[in-house]
Design a protein around this ligand. Structure first.
Ligand SMILES: *[C@@H]1O[C@H](CO)[C@@H](O)[C@H](O)[C@H]1NC(C)=O
Ligand SMILES: *[C@@H]1O[C@H](CO)[C@@H](O)[C@H](O)[C@H]1NC(C)=O
Ligand SMILES: *[C@@H]1O[C@H](CO)[C@@H](O)[C@H](O)[C@H]1NC(C)=O
Ligand SMILES: *[C@@H]1O[C@H](CO)[C@@H](O)[C@H](O)[C@H]1NC(C)=O
Length: 872
């Protein structure tokens, strides 16, 4: 052990010199600083590229076994062995050094200046620990350099050892096994007060190390959350994982050495991993723009990464006319780990904004659908990156395949990628290498037992819950329950929550950290054939753009709705995947539950809970359906509004339905409304406030602002819902092509009557006699607001819900009073007096009417149910 004063991590004069240097740096960049202030003043989030300086607070560099300090060409000084003995506590150790490394060891991925670090090593014949004191807690780089240099006594080529860092296993029973390759390992680990690296030789073997780096990482480099593939969820807590960098590629560019990367990273060319180089064309750009406010700075990746890219080659357009391919990179990985995949993008190919629009796939799963870099960065040549976590279960081939390619609706197909980082995430054993923990216990078997124990517990709990639900349902059974079919059909359907997770087919090994997020039950094609009498035409209960919907009965007697997609439509595949991904994230009383799916024999079949009363539209227009009362209609609208409100606010990202209409609102046996059909839904990147996308939806319900600006917000759903409200009120088709031009669209027609103050003229005659005027007024008022020209003027779904509940209260209160005078406040088409149309007259009448009920209403309104919605 060295003397205590050696332990000062950075001698005083070094910090003094570095601050002097920093001051000089500041002075020499004074004009840049001014320029940036100007940017701030104009509140522009974009700044142009400029040299980045980063001073790591902790910066330990050790060239083990070396007798003198080693200066690299990037200016970094590695301490000699004797200068670093204070960090080391060891039993026996030996220094080794050679001066010649076989030239075959120099791959072009190792910068020549770094090779000097491999020339000497320190050998340990018993457990030894390097301890570094950490002044800035948080993520640190640990970089380890290995090469089996020659030693007369020890054969390093056959040395087998384990390297731990705190509770994390970095290498387990590791052996370089070759004296022709330099081994470089790079980790990102959390450290608090001290960071200790333990080298543990296997019995009768020894350990060695050639060089070590322990360096602070700037905070913005690693976000705590990322979106998962294939499920599309957000996973948090990334900072709790130890990470090993597996690949770091500069796509379409040269090797970037630590000299050209402020964070001393090495980026290698992508050529060995590009499996379809004929399709790729290298492009270069300059003047890269960063967005420090969103954490995108030069530290994320240097200019040089963003300034080069590969795009889909233009030659193939002219040759084949249909550029039907993806740019594809394949990298071998350890299939039992999950990986963090960071993709760097920068639109250096487009001439104008919003020209570039493409999909990102990981191992064949949609990673980002319709990525529009202009929306993300607001500028051309704007740096951007996206993080995806690939679940170990989705690595079936021992490899990660990253693809970018055209969307089904791209105009001129193109896609680019500028940089790619693939990082391994530590597993349940806190290991990056195998299933042993740092204290040597094996996690695999232990985990299985633990899983079994949990499974038992969970099943017991579920059984009790099930009995509880049956009991509660029995208590609340409708009076006429005996008339309704049978007890069992009344009890069902019960949504099956992630009971079976075989979406990822053969691999049943659940080695990932969120494997419990099921995608519903997997049905075999055979099962569904049986359920529908081989898709008998008589079982068809609906036909949509996607395909036919059948009613089916599962083996256990559950009635289900089975949606079978038409073959061969790419559109269909996307919507199929979207629907599975969306619905697997969503559980709500007012959203139709997905029970499972089948993708066998390239079928696309979705299985939903059966909604006995079908779609809302049939109950409005259907000839032989009993008329829905005003109260029922209000309750249905409220249910649907609740479902949409949950979509917009109940999930972390917020989801936009995009296709709200009366055929996508389904009714169960109790006329409870549920929103269905998420094939077009999009996650809203809410920080952006909108999603830029090709216009889709249903004519007549489409938000005109969305149509004009192609920017989707949740207010587009609000608009469509406004149309639904008027449709429910007036039972008129949303588009009547035969009417005069200004009456063709229901939305316009209803607004005209509303402006005239004669909304009662458009009420469905079948119910006009029973609507309370005040309830109608409130309803029409909110419907009108939903149809606002601009999204910002429209209410949120929460506000809509609130107003509808108010309208229902007014209706219920008025029907409870049941006094003869009340009839005067009920409007009817024939019976409506002129006073009823007079805006000045009606409030007075209504004030009298709601005197009694006002107390109830006012009381109820203090507790609007809106706030609870997402909790359901
Ligand atoms: C890692 O560090 C971050 C902050 O730097 C902290 O939020 C997180 O809890 C740490 N994780 C562990 C496991 O210590
Ligand atoms: C790296 O930086 C040096 C100057 O520090 C520059 O001369 C060299 O061209 C850069 N390398 C690349 C690949 O741009
Ligand atoms: C690109 O790859 C994805 C996933 O592997 C695939 O679904 C898609 O069809 C491919 N696109 C083209 C144009 O080949
Ligand atoms: C599996 O790997 C082979 C060869 O590496 C490749 O040809 C094949 O496309 C891969 N399959 C998948 C599903 O990634």
């Amino acid at each position: 052990m060295g003397a205590d004063h050696h332990r000062l991590p950075r001698p005083l004069h070094v910090s003094f010199l570095s601050s002097l240097f920093f001051c000089l740096l500041l002075l020499s960049h004074a004009d840049f600083i001014l320029a940036e202030d100007d940017h701030k003043a104009s509140s522009s989030p974009i700044v142009s590229s400029s040299p980045a300086a980063y001073q790591p607070l902790d910066n330990y560099l050790v060239d083990c076994g070396s007798s003198s300090e080693t200066m690299l060409d990037d200016g970094r000084m590695f301490k000699s062995d004797s200068q670093s003995t204070s960090y080391l506590s060891t039993g026996e150790d030996v220094k080794a050094s050679v001066d010649s490394i076989p030239s075959s060891a120099f791959s072009n991925s190792t910068p020549s200046s770094m090779q000097v670090l491999y020339k000497t090593a320190r050998i340990f014949s018993s457990e030894s620990t390097y301890t570094f004191f950490i002044s800035k807690p948080g993520k640190h780089w640990v970089r380890l350099y290995f090469f089996p240099v020659h030693h007369p006594q020890y054969d390093l080529k056959t040395a087998v050892f384990t390297v731990n860092m705190g509770n994390y296993v970095l290498l387990h029973d590791f052996s370089v096994a070759s004296d022709t390759k330099l081994v470089f390992k790079e980790y990102l680990v959390n450290a608090t007060e001290r960071l200790s690296l333990v080298f543990k030789p296997k019995k009768d073997s020894h350990a060695f190390i050639n060089a070590i780096e322990v360096v602070s990482i700037p905070e913005e480099l690693l976000k705590d959350s990322a979106s998962t593939v294939p499920q599309g969820n957000i996973v948090n807590g990334l900072s709790n994982y130890a990470i090993e960098v597996a690949y770091r590629l500069n796509i379409g560019g040269p090797t970037i050495t630590p000299k050209n990367d402020t964070l001393s990273r090495t980026w290698v060319p992508d050529a060995p991993y590009n499996v379809f180089p004929q399709g790729a064309q290298v492009v270069t750009g300059s003047d890269i723009k960063y967005q420090p406010a969103r954490g995108i700075t030069q530290l994320i990746a240097p200019d040089l990464i963003y300034a080069s890219a590969e795009r889909m080659t233009t030659e193939s357009y002219s040759q084949t006319m249909a550029p039907n391919f993806n740019l594809t990179w394949v990298m071998n990985v350890d299939a039992s780990f999950s990986y963090l995949i960071r993709m760097h993008f920068c639109d250096i190919v487009s001439k104008s904004l919003h020209d570039l629009y493409f999909n990102v796939y990981i191992n064949g799963f949609m990673g980002v659908s319709g990525l529009d870099l202009s929306t993300e960065t607001g500028a051309l040549a704007g740096a951007y990156y996206t993080d995806l976590v690939l679940n170990a279960m989705a690595i079936t081939n021992g490899s990660i395949m990253v693809q970018v390619g055209p969307t089904s609706d791209s105009g001129l197909p193109n896609a680019i990628l500028n940089g790619l980082e693939v990082m391994k995430l530590s597993n349940k054993a806190n290991s990056l290498d195998g299933l042993f923990t740092a204290d040597g216990s094996f996690q695999g078997g232990y985990r299985k037992m633990k899983i079994l124990a949990y499974l038992g517990l969970v099943m017991g709990f579920l059984a009790m819950l099930f009995l509880g639900i049956i009991f509660l349902r029995w208590q609340k059974r409708p009076l006429d329950w005996q008339k309704r079919n049978s007890f069992s059909t009344w009890l069902l359907p019960i949504p099956i929550h992630g009971s079976d997770c075989s979406f990822l087919s053969s691999k049943s090994k659940s080695s990932s950290f969120y494997s419990n997020q099921g995608l519903g039950k997997f049905f075999t094609f055979n099962e569904l054939q049986n359920a529908t009498q081989n898709f008998d035409e008589k079982a068809v209960i609906g036909v949509g753009g996607f395909g036919k919907v059948y009613i089916g009965t599962l083996e256990d007697g559950t009635k289900v709705a089975i949606k079978r997609g038409d073959h061969g439509s790419e559109q269909g595949i996307n919507e199929f995947q979207t629907e599975i991904q969306m619905l697997s994230k969503l559980r709500h009383r007012h959203l139709v539950s997905l029970i499972g799916f089948c993708d066998e024999n390239s079928e696309m079949i979705l299985v939903y809970e059966y909604m006995a009363n079908g779609v809302l539209r049939d109950h409005l227009y259907g000839a032989n359906q009993p008329t829905l009362s005003w109260k029922q209609r209000l309750e249905i609208c409220i249910g649907a509004a609740r479902g949409l409100h949950y979509l917009h606010t109940g999930t972390k990202q917020g989801i936009i339905h995009r296709d709200v209409k009366t055929t996508n609102i389904l009714l169960d046996e109790n006329f409870d409304a549920k929103v269905a059909d998420f094939g077009l839904s999009k996650s809203a990147a809410m920080e952006q406030g909108h999603v830029s996308t090709a216009v889709k939806g249903s004519f007549g319900y489409l938000d005109p602002e969305y149509f004009r600006r192609q920017q989707l917000t949740e207010k587009s759903d609000v608009y469509s819902f406004g149309v639904v409200l008027f449709e429910v009120l007036s039972v008129r088709a949303v588009i009547c092509p035969n009417l005069p031009r200004d009456q063709v669209s229901l939305a316009e027609w209803a607004m005209q009557w509303h402006r005239k103050g004669m909304i009662e003229k458009i009420v469905d005659p079948k119910i006009a006699g029973s609507i309370n005027g005040e309830s109608l007024k409130k309803f029409a008022e909110v419907a009108e607001k939903c149809l606002g020209e601009y999204g910002v003027d429209r209410p949120s779904m929460g506000d809509v819900l609130w107003s509808l509940e108010y309208s229902l209260q007014l209706q219920v209160a008025s029907s409870q009073i049941d006094q003869p005078e009340d009839k005067s406040k009920l409007i009817g088409l024939e019976g409506a007096s002129e006073n009823d149309h007079d805006p000045r007259a009606s409030p007075a009448v209504l004030a009298a009417a709601s005197d009694d009920s006002a107390i109830t209403v006012g009381f109820q309104l203090q507790f609007p149910h809106v706030g609870n919605v997402s909790g359901r």
